[in-house]
Design a protein around this ligand. Structure first.
Ligand code: DC
Length: 223
């Protein structure tokens, strides 16, 4: 059986960065499940399939192939043979992805894929429902939280660095809307697993968060 670390947390809490560092330090496969939902949203945008068009989505999901590779030590997301690592982070995808992630057939397709990948190798998997739905028996479950304002500030800064032009207010507004969709949806809502360990990163540096979670994982692995 593989060793699974589940990291759940809201957008902008630093999960991506922290998970990447921990994966490399602890030799775990890094699986960003949000990126997989982003691939579905990107394909739906390109094919003009609305989240309410269940038949259209069914067809789209049948033809979709998502692979996670590695390039220059960074995860690379391949959608039907195309490298979409950058494209899935666009504001357009940002603004619609939560709607597609709330659709049952989308989750029914991605959840088993995530379990399969995790079962193959010792992994650190980040998302919203890893500790509650995907791997409820994960060896380590972390709920990485952070205040809304700090998350919006971090995402705004990240966007600026990437040349994405969105005001702080737009980022904040988008986050509030997405958070509402994610926490209020019927299937796999984003909630803290009761037995997960809460780490609040609002006033912590990336290094501090990494150190804290690293200690928890090493203790569990008897490193
Ligand atoms: O972590 P992220 O912002 O890249 O996630 C993109 C979207 O996918 C976001 O709306 C939450 C959703 N998501 C989800 O519903 N379940 C997961 N396990 C991961 C992400």
């Amino acid at each position: 059986m593989s060793f699974i670390v589940a990291i759940d947390g809201p957008a902008g809490c630093g999960k991506g960065t922290i998970t990447k560092i921990l994966a490399s330090k602890l030799n775990l496969v890094n699986i960003d499940t949000g990126a997989m939902y982003r691939c579905v949203a990107l394909e739906a945008l390109r094919k003009n399939v609305l989240e309410s068009d269940i038949e259209g989505l069914k067809k789209l999901l049948e033809s979709i192939d998502i692979k996670i590779a590695e390039k220059d030590n960074k995860p690379q997301y391949i959608l039907n043979e195309e490298d979409v690592t950058e494209a899935i982070r666009s504001p357009e995808v940002d603004s619609v992805v939560a709607k597609y992630a709330a659709v049952k057939i989308v989750r029914d397709k991605l959840t088993p894929m995530q379990r399969k990948i995790g079962n193959e190798k010792d992994s650190i998997m980040e998302g919203r429902d890893i500790g509650t739905v995907v791997f409820p028996n994960a060896d380590v479950k972390i709920f990485l939280d952070c205040s809304l304002e700090e998350r919006a500030r971090r995402r705004y800064k990240q966007n600026l660095e990437k040349g994405i032009n969105e005001s702080y207010e737009e980022v904040l507004d988008g986050m509030i809307k997405r958070h509402k969709l994610e926490t209020e949806r019927e299937i796999a809502p984003f909630v803290k697993a009761e037995d997960s360990i809460l780490v609040d990163s609002t006033h912590m540096s990336i290094e501090e968060v990494v150190n804290e979670i690293e200690k928890i994982i090493r203790r569990k692995r008897n490193d």
